[in-house]
Design a protein around this ligand. Structure first.
Ligand SMILES: [Mn+2]
Length: 345
């Protein structure tokens, strides 16, 4: 006889994400693990993010004071071994290019290497897109768990196809609007540029937390009427002035269309919450800030079509048991994101 499920119990050994033991057909939320970080320029490790988050997810209390009982809708994690082999190949080819900062004039076979990395990036994009399309066709919420911030492109594109006029809420320290970075077409620094250029019908992009951006990216934000950015310095100034951050967020979310894709680079948060992430920057959102944003999004009546969480890295001290602080924060954030998305439906 099997014991009935009790959400207050400890996660059974070998159980799935958040300690749930369910099959995909029982889950409203399908999470795809994408352990791919080939173009990470500063320090690698986010390819270990999905496993670390899975391990850390076992210690989460499933009852949530804010979002209720997200687990009841079913959340399931899918793995696809192709990502790991694509990452191994792409990472090996990309490393010498990254070391040279993209100045590859003297590197033998540089263009071939670059072409192959871009080809593998394209394969990730297609596999992620196929996964998301499948979820959307079955009225499930597609979630991409990175990996670096290049990996969700295919899912954002699938959501844009399913919901023309889609809005994007983007949490990040970086604007990710570079045309290409170090020659890599599918770079973690280019995802929003790629999406705005290649996904059909993106109506609005709201960025929160940006505090590290190039001059061309700043110009792009100025000149593209679709992009609205609450920069981190504006956020800090509002906080210091005692200005209500919540109403600032509420006003910005009110400009988003009905269907929203939520893309979260964990480095948008204060680095004390993600010390091992690939490209940490001082400043950023505190835990109550990101929670407030999610609550306001859920309350706004916007519907979350899909979302991702990227750039979580267990770091050099992270072990596979999920005791890394980055993984603990990542798993909790993932659960809150699930709660926000489900309560928006
Ligand atoms: Mn990013």
């Amino acid at each position: 006889m099997t014991t009935p499920f009790d959400p207050d119990d400890a996660a059974p050994p070998g159980s799935g994400l958040f300690g749930l033991s369910i099959t995909p057909d029982q889950a409203a939320i399908h999470v795809l693990a994408v352990p791919f970080d080939a173009t990470t320029s500063y320090r690698p490790g986010t390819s270990q993010g999905p496993d670390a988050v899975l391990a850390a997810s076992h210690q989460i209390d499933l009852f949530d004071r804010v979002f209720g009982k997200p687990y009841r809708s079913g959340i399931v994690l899918t793995k696809d071994p192709r990502f790991e082999s694509w990452n191994t190949e792409a990472r090996a080819l990309a490393e010498p290019i990254i070391e040279l900062g993209g100045h590859i004039e003297d590197l033998p076979d540089a263009q071939d290497k670059l072409d192959r990395v871009n080809e593998l990036g394209q394969q990730v994009r297609q596999a992620v897109s196929a996964f998301a399309e499948d979820c959307l066709a079955q009225d499930r919420i597609p979630v991409i768990l990175g990996g670096d911030h290049s990996v969700p492109q295919g899912s954002i594109e699938a959501c844009a196809k399913a919901y023309p006029g889609l809005g994007i809420l983007h949490i990040d320290a970086h604007a990710d609007l570079r045309e290409a970075f170090e020659g890599f077409q599918f770079s973690h620094a280019s995802i929003l540029h790629n999406v705005l250029e290649q996904a059909p019908n993106i109506a609005h992009l709201l960025q929160i937390g940006v505090r590290d951006l190039g001059a061309k990216e700043a110009e792009r934000i100025e000149s593209d009427a679709r992009i609205h950015s609450i920069f981190d310095d504006d956020w800090a100034e509002a906080r210091q002035a005692g200005t209500a951050l919540r109403s600032m967020v509420r006003d910005a979310i009110a400009k988003l269309p009905e269907h929203v894709y939520l893309t979260v680079d964990v480095d948008g948060l204060d680095p004390s919450l993600c010390p091992s992430t690939g490209t940490p920057v001082p400043g950023g959102l505190l835990w109550p800030d990101i929670m407030m944003i999610l609550v306001e999004l859920a309350r706004s009546g916007r519907k979350v079509a899909g979302f991702d969480l990227c750039e979580v890295s267990p770091g050099p001290d992270g072990d596979p048991d999920g005791t890394s602080w980055d993984a603990v924060v990542g798993a909790r954030l993932l659960y809150k994101l699930c709660g926000c998305a489900l309560s928006s439906r």
